[in-house]
Design a protein around this ligand. Structure first.
Ligand code: IPD
Ligand code: CA
Ligand code: CA
Length: 260
């Protein structure tokens, strides 16, 4: 595949940031009107609205117009083959359940990879006017200000985020993991947008996060932002683990003991 010059990561980020901001405005605009346009996907609780689809169309259209040779994968069905070596992953609305209930924890997540490695990522949280960004090797930022992951050392004191699958069978396995982890940390949080969870690990609002079964569009942008903020990040074995660097060993050991 053709190599993309180092400078291109900044260009990819600028495009992602512009489109995420436009899509975020669209999400805010549709808030409260989405309940009437529900459809379901992988299970009866996995909902999709017209707003998810409109947001994806906006982002895909923007990428196609600016960079017609890039591959694009979107959660709502976009699947464009490319020739440039750049591949985009888009979650046009991460946190659809929150969105449907008017809970202000939803985001737009966009990442760009070169030869399979994420080089630019944006998580835009329109409710709070926060845009988290990173390029590989270029650091992580929130609204342009540098961010760092938690420096916490003791897992007992860690505030840990997690999330659950839409598939009941998988949730049955996730329940006992939660029961094991909960008494061994400060507390657990389930915000409902994995992209925001990872961005919040990046800025230290969460000390750690784990979730099984996430897709590239949920996780790649946030994982790059967390890693660039100094967090430990592991995406192996269908389990996303992100935490402050000093928690890496005990947190992984805890999750292994929990059966995650
Ligand atoms: C979901 C959210 C949620 C996570 C689920 C995801 P969606 O994405 O990120 O926090 O727990 O696993 O599927 O469906 O709202 O885009
Ligand atoms: Ca998602
Ligand atoms: Ca989504």
């Amino acid at each position: 595949m053709p190599a993309v010059p180092a400078v291109a990561a900044e260009d990819l980020l600028a495009l992602a940031e512009r489109l995420a901001t436009e899509a975020g405005a669209l999400l805010l605009d549709g808030l409260g009107r989405a309940r009437t346009t529900i459809d379901t996907k992988s299970s009866a609780t996995d909902m999709v609205t017209e707003v998810d689809r409109a947001s994806e169309a906006l982002i895909v259209g923007g990428i196609r117009a600016a960079r017609p040779g890039d591959a694009v994968i979107g959660e709502e069905g976009a699947d464009v083959e490319g020739t440039s070596g750049v591949q985009w992953f888009i979650d046009p609305l991460d946190g659809t359940t929150n969105y449907l209930y008017g809970l202000p924890a939803f985001s737009v997540s966009i990442s760009a990879s070169v030869d399979g490695a994420p080089v630019a990522g944006v998580v835009h949280d329109p409710s709070h006017g926060e845009t988290f960004t990173a390029t590989a090797g270029g650091g992580a930022f929130c609204n342009g200000r540098p961010i760092r992951a938690s420096e916490l050392v003791d897992l007992d004191d860690a505030l840990v985020g997690t999330g659950y699958s839409y598939v009941a069978e998988r949730r049955r396995l996730q329940g006992p993991v939660t029961a094991y982890v909960l008494p061994r940390v400060r507390d657990l949080r389930r915000y409902g947008s994995a992209a925001i969870d990872l961005a919040w690990v990046a800025c230290g609002r969460l000390d750690a996060f784990f979730e099984e079964g996430l897709n590239a569009w949920d996780r790649d942008a946030g994982a790059l932002i967390a890693a660039e903020a100094g967090a430990f990040v592991d995406l192996a074995d269908d389990l996303v683990v992100a935490c402050g660097p000093h928690l890496a060993e005990p947190f992984r050991a805890l999750l292994t003991a929990a059966g995650a």
